[in-house]
Design a protein around this ligand. Sequence first.
Ligand code: PXP
Length: 242
Amino acid sequence: MSVRLGVNIDHVATVRQARATRDPEPVTAALMAQNAGAHGITVHLRGDRRHIQDRDVRLLKEVLSVPLNVECAASSEMLETLIPMRPDWVTLVPETREELTTQGGLDAIFLQAHLKPIIRELRTSDIRVSLFIDPIADQVTMANRLEADAVEFNTGVYSDLPRSADPKVELERIAKASRLAGKLGLRALAGHGLNLQNVRLIAAIPEIEELNIGHSIIGRAVLVGIDTAVREMINAIAEARS
Ligand code: PXP
């Protein structure tokens, strides 16, 4: 089975917001990524709307033919905003105002009472739910108990390892958690900090179905164009499974 690539286009909106103008248009970037073979598009609708705006989500849902995944905080404001827009997936992530990007996974055990009705409401609205969690068995078990459809494993610790470090322990943690997710019938996704250099070892984990990658693809797209950047990543992922 090949691994699907979800391209996170938040950084395109970040450049647009730097001047509060219309360019570059995230919808155009998403369509170009889709054309290059992306299997899905991901955006993070943050509470402070620092990059992606509500209108981006609305337009993306209208024009994309691949699934749209919206990352967001588990809040009632996000439910009210997103449910009418009907994204295909919602990925619940921890969110704090000061962070540059998502820090660590959601603590599904600590937050279980809060998450339960939110997950139920999304699923009854025909929106599939993924939980961004650290690769820890108890978190996977809780995601299953909360009836999430998928878990996305935080690869941030693996991605942040110094080049000289042996990634074996961290990879085994992710592989073990992925096997458990597979056994429980949860789809296993992964992402955070993945790039052309470190993606192969994660893509080689058999239970991982999809990778969500943003920074490295959009960063590379500035230099070589989004079409090339997406194709390069798809090829790197495919090589890992061949
Ligand atoms: N998955 C989740 C849940 C994220 O919050 C992010 C960052 O927005 C990513 C994947 C993509 O991470 P990166 O931009 O480092 O590729």
